[in-house]
Design a protein around this ligand. Structure first.
Ligand code: NI
Length: 398
């Protein structure tokens, strides 16, 4: 059965308002690091509900707190940025910004944060405090770092996160203990050869040929030299080099991404790749330079917190609507950055309607709005339950 109606009656007062807000955000998407209007709207709403609000925490991030200054403190992170994607839905509230779109559901995440904020503010007394992180620039894997270095995770005992998931139907969620998303990096390789006449390649060092050896050598080495039980993906999305059809190229630049589900292996990969690339290049008389930039570590879902979330989701949605995901994703999520030093868990929110849902980052991505209620209720229940459990623990300890 699909869960459609809010079980919390206080919702009825503001659900229409919240849906209008979400549609407004959807029609006015802002790129990573540029979420000025979104952040101002979020901050204004939160102040209206009675939260203590700080703006510009990590550039365009918004941080809000409710509840006592001391005692257990739980957090929720939602992201706010959109993508450089042309919207191709026929929605009445489709993007009004040409070439920009909320194609990853962050507009819904933002409204889940606001809905939870409103429900929490209506509670008589909280047994601990709640902090909301409205994060910018998730799509460029920078916003979590910005907020973290501005102190947004300091003093947090646990952190929850949510992301829409087109593969699950609305009314359901997916949970997973342990590794949820991959560690990711950006790889840049430069090959330096020697130019010459295309008719006499033996008098030069062909950087294009060497680059092709590097690309295939890396793929072969993954299968022959790395443990197949720890998957690694290297994909090049960009290759540039050469000047004319009859001139041997002296330089080629390759840019790609690296994905891996094991943090200790991920740490070793930059050196492994560099040694391999340099040895391939030198065996053909070329030189190579390798740059590796870590984009995000893995999202590791704390088993205890995942179990707590699952329990709350059972009570809200029924156990038949809570899926245990068996596989992690090779996608990356900078929520991982916020989890360095704070235990947490992120769940997947089903958003596919009766006719399914286009994939994330597609111009046709259109989620089922009924998922807003589901997301708010699961998060609200989870935060309240966390506070109940942890205020008991701290009372027993004191
Ligand atoms: Ni996203």
């Amino acid at each position: 059965m699909i869960f459609l109606k809010p079980s919390n009656s206080r919702f009825n007062d503001f659900l229409t308002e919240l849906i209008a807000l979400r549609r407004h955000l959807h029609a006015h998407p802002e790129l990573s690091g540029n979420e000025h209007q979104t952040a101002a709207l979020v901050a204004g709403e939160l102040r209206k509900y009675g939260w203590r609000v700080q703006e510009a925490v990590g550039r365009t991030g918004v941080l809000a707190e409710l509840g006592p200054e001391s005692g257990p403190r739980v957090g929720l992170r939602v992201d706010m940025d959109a993508l450089p994607v042309e919207e191709r839905t026929c929605l009445s509230y489709a993007s009004r910004q040409q070439g920009l779109m909320h194609a990853c559901g962050h507009d819904l995440h933002t409204c889940i944060g606001l809905g939870v904020a409103r429900l929490l503010a209506a509670e008589d007394k909280l047994s601990g405090s709640v902090r909301l992180l409205f994060q910018p620039a998730e799509e460029i894997a920078a916003g979590a770092r910005w907020m973290k270095s501005a102190g947004a995770t300091q003093g947090l005992d646990a952190l929850f996160g949510v992301h829409v998931f087109p593969e699950l139907p609305v009314g359901t969620i997916g949970v997973k203990s342990g590794c949820l998303t991959a560690a990711a990096g950006e790889l840049e390789i430069q090959i330096f050869g020697e130019s010459g006449h295309g008719a006499r390649p033996h008098q030069s060092v062909d950087a294009i040929w060497v680059a092709s050896k590097v690309v295939s050598g890396l793929q072969e080495s993954i299968s022959r030299r790395l443990d197949a039980l720890h998957p690694v993906v290297i994909s090049f999305g960009r290759i540039e080099g050469g000047k004319a059809f009859n001139v041997i190229a002296d330089q080629v630049r390759l840019v790609g991404t690296v994905r891996c589900l094991d943090e200790s292996l991920h740490e070793k990969l930059p050196t492994w790749i560099e040694e391999l690339v340099k040895s391939i290049a030198s065996s053909f008389g070329a030189k190579a330079k390798v740059n590796y930039r870590c984009i995000a570590p893995i999202v590791y879902n704390d088993p205890g917190l995942t179990e707590l979330l699952e329990r709350c989701a059972f009570s809200v949605l029924g156990s038949e609507n809570v899926y245990r995901l068996d596989k992690p994703s090779l996608g990356a999520e900078d929520f991982a950055e916020l989890l360095q030093g704070v235990p947490g868990t992120m769940f997947r929110l089903g958003v596919a309607g009766e006719n399914g849902c286009a994939p994330l980052h597609s111009g046709q991505f259109a989620l089922d709005e009924r998922s807003l209620v589901v997301g708010i209720e699961v998060v609200f229940e989870t935060l309240m339950e966390w506070l109940r459990v942890n205020s008991k623990v701290s009372k027993n300890e004191s």
